[in-house]
Design a protein around this ligand. Structure first.
Ligand code: SAH
Length: 227
């Protein structure tokens, strides 16, 4: 009888190496490392790119858009889990999360492992439909894929424990702040003073908003309207 590794065993080993790399790069949250080790990233990219699925690189997903690098996905979700309402609760899940920019649905799937409910909005019909196909086999009852303009958020799911943007705008729209729960956190790439993009974290506390600007990043632009 043959004892050769099945493709899924092989992908588990490659994924485990990716998780080790993420940890070495500074991702420390066990919830994030577990989720990154679970979700099969290769199932979200074109078959021609499967061999690069676990490399530290962003990849094209069609219609001029890209799936973010694994370490950017992990870093942003780790930041979300640092929301004030979850402080010092290393095993707790986030409540409802809103994701702007579903793309291929990879990050929404990772989020479903650390949050109770995920609402993910995409403005491009082709990608929204592709994400539906990608997610179908996982039967994730807690992930809601929506076609719409994420600039106006999604009022029906509000208030959110966390909001994460996968596309960068000039500033964080007021609607996102309005739809965020007290104790919640927004993590979004936003145009920086220097002309590039930086990750911005906004915490909503009883005392008001707290805004921090973190490292430089490179995301596709946040655009309004549906196409
Ligand atoms: N999280 C995705 C990354 C997708 S790239 C993944 O895991 O694959 C960012 C996505 O944001 C693109 O698909 C782009 O079409 C979408 N986008 C840009 N502006 C948007 C908006 N206003 N509302 C919803 N989606 C938007």
């Amino acid at each position: 009888m043959s004892v050769s590794a099945t493709p899924s065993m092989a992908s588990a080993a490659v994924r485990a190496r990716m998780v080790q790399r993420l940890a070495a790069q500074g991702v420390a949250d066990a919830r994030v490392l577990r989720a990154m080790g679970t979700v099969e990233r290769h199932l979200f990219v074109d078959s021609a790119l499967v061999n690069q699925a676990y490399e530290d690189t962003s990849l094209p997903i069609g219609l001029g858009q890209t799936i973010s690098k694994p370490n950017v996905v992990a870093r942003m979700i780790e930041l979300l889990l640092g929301a004030p309402a979850l402080a010092n609760q290393p095993e707790e899940r986030l409540g409802r999360v809103l994701e702007i920019g579903t793309g291929c649905g990879y990050q929404a799937t990772v989020l479903s492992h650390v949050a109770r409910e995920v609402y993910s909005i995409e403005r491009l019909r082709g990608l929204h439909e592709r994400a539906r196909v990608n997610l179908r086999p996982f039967r994730l009852a807690t992930v809601h894929l929506l076609l719409g303009d994420g600039m106006i958020g999604y009022a029906k799911g509000a208030p959110y424990a966390a909001i994460i943007a996968a596309a960068g705008g000039e500033s964080v729209p007021q609607t996102w702040i309005d739809q965020l729960a007290v104790g919640g956190r927004i993590v979004a790439p936003t145009q920086s003073a220097a002309g590039g993009q930086a990750l911005v974290v906004i915490d909503k506390t009883q005392a008001g908003l707290q805004r921090s600007v973190l490292e430089a990043v490179h995301f596709v632009p946040l655009k309004s309207g549906i196409a």
